[in-house]
Design a protein around this ligand. Structure first.
Ligand SMILES: Cc1ncc(COP(=O)(O)O)c(C=O)c1O
Length: 354
């Protein structure tokens, strides 16, 4: 706890110290030792300049994605960007026009709603189905009405849903029929544990994918993301100079030597996720049994669960309405931590309902 309380990152500083943070997508684990060692070495020799030759990183990336996800990246265009959302905005600037509609499927990672208008495009909402599957007919209608692009989160944040190959193929087919761009955010993919993850490029050759080491290895502050696929070739090459060189150091070490840590981390978060249904207090349930990552989407029988848990339980979850207007009775819980802290978070939730 002392180490966690000493952290200055967002998760551990937004709320007063008596509030247990279980909100933003940062994990509480220590860094993977190879990542820590590589960063320490870089600091020790003052190696924190601009991004240079990245051949080692890209090769490590090929092996990592092939080994972990069965995704062969070799020969793909890969653009380095400051983070996944920067990559997404740059794609929109290059491949769509001002005012174009861009589809987002609530419940959706909150920045999706901000970043589309930030680059002068329009959010078009096509909510996911009740089981968090993609509403392909809804997409067809929205593309038919003029939407030019879709941002799909796979695996899905906040539900932890992993899409099947058939579902993804149906999305690819409908987008292709309308000549629309699909951008697939696969940032959580290396943390899949309960299903088989299908890389987007397995249903659409050269398709556009956002990825990063930032979620799987818990280094989002180091600012490095990747845009993969044909659409990435049109991005400005100088974008890489806005990414972090420390992110390159960390990602190369993670992709090369991070498997053991990643396996342990996945085992811990999978066990945390699987324990949740038993632990959750009455009136709060998992909206979907997660198959990937450390976020759990909770549906409550009462209004404003975020405020209630915070004020009466002193536990901070992520408020549901940020994921879409319909989610006033939802919160997102982060279980990327030790099992004791998950139990403590849930105990505080129960206390808030007493
Ligand atoms: C689905 C999803 N996309 C993107 C991000 C942000 O990634 P980045 O910091 O690389 O933009 C997150 C962070 O939690 C996320 O959950």
């Amino acid at each position: 706890m002392d180490d966690l309380l000493a952290r200055g990152s967002e998760k551990w500083t937004k709320y007063p110290p008596d509030v247990l943070p279980a909100w933003v997508a940062e994990m509480d684990f220590a860094l993977a030792p190879p990542v820590r060692d590589a960063l320490v070495r870089a600091v020790e020799i003052g190696d924190l300049g601009y991004i240079g030759n990245v051949d080692g990183l890209i090769e490590a990336m090929y092996y990592f994605y092939d080994r972990r996800l069965g995704w062969d990246l070799e020969g793909q265009y890969i653009a380095l960007v400051a983070d996944v959302m920067v990559g997404f905005k740059e794609l929109l600037l290059v491949h769509t026009q001002p005012g174009d509609g861009v589809i987002v499927s609530p419940p959706a990672y909150p920045p999706y709603f901000n970043d589309i208008p930030h680059v002068g495009r329009r959010v078009v909402e096509v909510p996911l189905l009740a089981d968090f599957g993609v509403d392909v007919d809804g997409l067809d209608r929205a593309f038919g009405a003029g939407a030019k692009a879709l941002l799909l989160c796979s695996p899905h944040n906040p539900s932890g849903r992993v899409y099947t190959k058939d579902e993804l193929a149906a999305v690819a087919a409908v987008a292709e029929a309308h000549g629309a761009l699909v951008v697939v955010d696969e940032i959580h993919a290396p943390l899949t544990f309960g299903a088989t993850f299908t890389p987007w490029q397995h249903v659409l050759e050269g398709g556009t994918v956002l990825t990063s080491a930032s979620k799987a290895f818990n280094v989002p502050g180091l600012k490095l993301g990747f845009v993969v696929g044909e659409a990435a070739s049109a991005l400005d090459e100088t974008l890489r100079y806005h990414a972090g060189y420390a992110g390159v150091v960390a990602a190369e070490a993670a992709f090369s030597d991070g498997d053991e840590w990643l396996d342990e981390t996945i085992a811990t978060i999978a066990a945390n996720q699987r324990a949740l249904p038993e632990l959750l207090p009455e009136g709060v349930r998992l909206a979907h049994a997660p198959e990937a990552s450390y976020l759990a989407w909770l549906e409550c029988d009462f209004d404003d669960p975020f405020e209630r848990f915070l004020e009466r339980g002193r536990v901070a979850l992520q408020p549901g309405p940020g994921f879409g207007a319909a989610y006033g009775r939802y919160v997102r819980l982060n279980v990327g931590t030790r099992p004791e802290l998950v139990r403590e978070a849930v105990r505080r939730m129960a206390q808030a309902l007493d």
